[in-house]
Ligand binder design. Structure first.
Ligand SMILES: [Fe+2]
Length: 203
């Protein structure tokens, strides 16, 4: 279930730079998300966002945390309130006066459903990582060695198999790559080692 948010403006420009502390974000994460698989997914996406912000956008620690926070919390309401996804988390972050860029990124991570177009690089990368990260993780779970030895070719094969991780939207992945201006191969190559690393620390 997902709903069109019916608006494209989020938060308040007066809140630029406002973030949750890591402790506050973890508290919200643990209070709202009970499903361990969803928790892994959200931590993986958070880590990919942070890695991209650091390595490709050259952002400082504060900037990296904004990206990571958007990734870490993007599905926070999916577990307990799927019929309010992602309205509930957006309203919570607005209530807590969080930077509108973070809220907007969360609001546009499934733009075909929520009706919010990913515009900024943060928006685009969250959208691009979300589904692809899920497919790559599903692939790791069926490989005897997990992430070890996984390559781009193998991931692309799984992508072509419509029955594999059938809930992962191939349409979203293609659309996200195009919007972010990144070749699918490059995105997959970025994700594999970084997702392997974070998954080893949280598993
Ligand atoms: Fe997600």
């Amino acid at each position: 279930m997902s709903l069109n948010l019916g608006r494209t403006e989020f938060g308040d420009q007066a809140n630029l730079g406002n973030v949750l502390s890591r402790e506050e974000a973890n508290q919200l994460f643990n209070d709202w998300v009970l499903n361990p698989k969803l928790k892994v997914h959200m931590q993986q996406v958070g880590h990919l966002m942070k890695a991209w912000a650091a390595e490709k956008e050259n952002l400082d620690e504060a900037g990296q945390w904004q990206w990571e926070m958007a990734g870490l919390l993007h599905d926070a309401d999916w577990d307990q309130w799927p019929d309010q996804h992602c309205k509930k988390i957006i309203e919570e972050l607005e209530r807590r006066n969080i930077d509108p860029a973070i809220i907007r990124a969360i609001a546009s991570h499934g733009h075909l459903h929520f009706g919010v177009v990913p515009v900024t690089k943060m928006d685009q990368m969250l959208y691009a990582f979300d589904e692809l990260s899920g497919l790559i993780h599903a692939y790791s779970l069926m490989r005897p060695g997990g992430y070890e030895g996984m390559d781009v070719k193998g991931v692309k094969k799984r992508l072509k198999e419509k029955s594999f991780a059938a809930n992962v939207s191939r349409e979203d992945i293609a659309d996200a790559c195009e919007r972010a201006g990144i070749a699918l191969d490059d995105l997959v190559a970025f994700i594999i080692p970084r997702q392997a690393q974070i998954t080893a620390t949280i598993a």
